[in-house]
Write a protein that binds this ligand. Sequence first.
Ligand code: HEC
Length: 187
Amino acid sequence: MKINHLLPVLTLLAVAHPATAADFKKDVFPILSRKCAECHSTAKKTKGDFAIDRQEDLEKQVKAGEPQKSSILITVALPDDDEDVMPPKGKNRLTAAEMGVLKAWITEGASFDASAAPAAAPAAAPAAGAMATWTNNAGKSLQASFEGMDGTDRVLLKAADGTVYTYPMADLSPESQEAAKKAAGGQ
Ligand code: HEC
């Protein structure tokens, strides 16, 4: 069995399986702040009685899972000269990338909760040898099976190609740390 010290492997695998989840606070709100806050925030103005920092206002503009029926996405995608386009008059329009983030967030359920983790850690202790999704503190994920512990602070994870990585427990997400502890206890 080949034991490697895990370098940027989690990062590489994460590129192969991109975590696309858009987080409201981290990804969506900054866009709305840049493009809408000047006319739509409780601290400044609430034109059309809409404020980006009132969740109930936003909820009325989105239909979770259905970006094509979400008025917020429809209005920001209107042509520059449409009288309903937001921001108005074609100024400071959302870029295609920003619309993409908004669309991804709505498609994924338009959650306002902090980071609905893209790859949930296994809820139950993964059986030794069974593939599970592991996440690290940076939110990257790795499909691997639990192979055991190296001491108490390193986890041995075996990727699909059979390579075994020694991963520092402290660098795993809290959920994955818990799963590793459960799996280790069950051995
Ligand atoms: C320069 C000011 C300005 C900016 C920036 C702006 N808006 Fe507006 N918005 C308005 C005005 C004025 C109204 C109300 C008049 C109207 O309904 O046409 C309005 C109305 C709205 C409404 C209420 C529409 C309704 O009647 O239900 C929504 C939703 C909205 N804007 C979303 C946005 C979003 C999202 C952004 C950012 C992408 C944005 N606006 C940026 C000026 C702005």
